[in-house]
Design a protein around this ligand. Structure first.
Ligand code: COA
Ligand code: ZN
Length: 327
């Protein structure tokens, strides 16, 4: 079966072996740290972003320019952006919820602003304290302001696969918001599963529809592993043609304004799985695991990553004493 594939359309086969490139945006410094009760010192945040850069992630969501009252954990956004190393080939993204956030972020010259709103009215009001139309009007102003600058606009549509308060979000409504942002000329759109409500068949259907209806817009999928479906949803999306994913080192993450939110799909597990499926992520798994191993010390608790505990499939164990190899 032939499916439209994001990325390949742009002649995007970086790997000489011909493997398809999948771009992973590590959102641990933003989606991961925003929900942590401890304030991670600025120098440690910078070290985390630098480690992700050197591990080979295509993109890193470094921080958010939100109200420090709403997200105190990321109140040092400027200092982090100004302190990180800009590694060639890596794109540095920041989350922006409103015009004030755009003005602050623009001074730090990110490669991309990730503009956020929810497709569910209730979650938008809980998260951003305004209705969807008010959010859209602000984000539209930002998109227009970024035209002709070096900064790309991406829009993240939260609760695209379900809302923790309203329940099912009609697919037609999600695509109506996609069309409105497409009409503004945004470079990319992320469909976000804010609280792990997405399931594989739904993901395959929505991915295929997006690629069919909006082939010129970069599609990113953003899954949380709240109900254990994160990697299954990645498989469904990649098989339907998606080539860009958000994921979070260690499996950190969660929206403080979404009841029951837990971690993003774990980025080292996504890398490990996609490489076994013969995709090229560009990520050095050993470096990613080394960075993930430093997270518990930084946060004071264990992280969800199963790969960190088990190691990659290539990590073998010694044969127990007394076992005779008859093979
Ligand atoms: N950066 C810094 N400060 C900001 C800001 C921004 N982007 N936006 C608003 N503020 C400040 C205002 O200056 C004001 O400060 P003051 O109380 O000292 O006068 C205060 O925040 C309230 O401003 P207001 O416009 O009334 O905002 P609000 O209280 O309605 O909050 C948001 C709206 C969007 C700024 C806030 O809800 C927010 O930052 N949410 C982020 C949610 C988020 O990141 N969720 C997780 C990711 S999906
Ligand atoms: Zn998220």
């Amino acid at each position: 079966m032939s499916v439209p594939v994001e990325g390949v359309v742009k002649g995007d086969r970086a790997d000489p072996s011909g493997r398809d490139r999948v771009r992973i945006n590590d959102v641990a410094p933003r989606d991961g740290l925003q929900i942590e009760p401890v304030f991670v010192p600025t120098a440690d945040k910078i070290a985390l972003v630098d480690a992700l850069s050197h591990a080979g992630y295509a993109k890193i969501e470094v921080t958010s320019f939100t109200s420090p009252k709403a997200i105190p954990a990321l109140a040092d956004a400027e200092a982090v952006m100004n302190g990180i190393e800009r590694v060639a080939g890596v794109e540095y993204v920041v989350l922006v919820p409103n015009l004030r956030g755009m003005e602050r972020a623009a001074l730090c010259a990110p490669d991309e602003m990730n503009l956020v709103m929810s497709v569910s009215e209730t979650h938008n009001r809980a998260n951003l304290r305004m209705g969807r139309e008010a959010s859209f009007a602000q984000l539209a102003d930002i998109v227009r302001a970024l035209r002709g600058t070096a900064i790309r606009a991406n829009v993240s549509l939260s609760t695209s696969f379900g809302c923790p308060m309203e329940g099912e979000v009609p697919e037609g409504e999600v695509f109506a918001w996609v069309s409105r942002f497409a009409g503004l000329g945004v470079a990319g759109i992320s469909l976000c599963d804010t609280t792990g409500m997405a399931s594989p068949a739904q993901v395959a259907r929505m991915t295929a529809r997006f690629l069919r209806e909006h082939p010129g817009i970069m599609l990113t999928l953003h899954f949380h592993n709240t109900r254990g479906m994160g990697l299954a949803n990645i498989v469904a999306a990649v098989q339907a043609g998606a080539r860009r994913f958000d994921a979070s080192l260690g499996g950190l993450g969660g929206c403080p304004y979404a009841p029951g939110a837990t971690g993003n799909v774990c980025s080292e597990e996504v890398v490990h799985m996609l490489e076994l499926m013969d995709f090229d992520t560009g990520v050095d798994l050993d470096l990613a695991l080394a960075a993930s191993a430093r997270l518990p010390g930084l946060l004071g608790h264990d992280v969800p990553s199963q790969l960190l505990k088990a190691g990659p499939v290539t990590r073998l164990h010694p044969v127990p004493e007394g076992v005779v190899n008859v093979g």
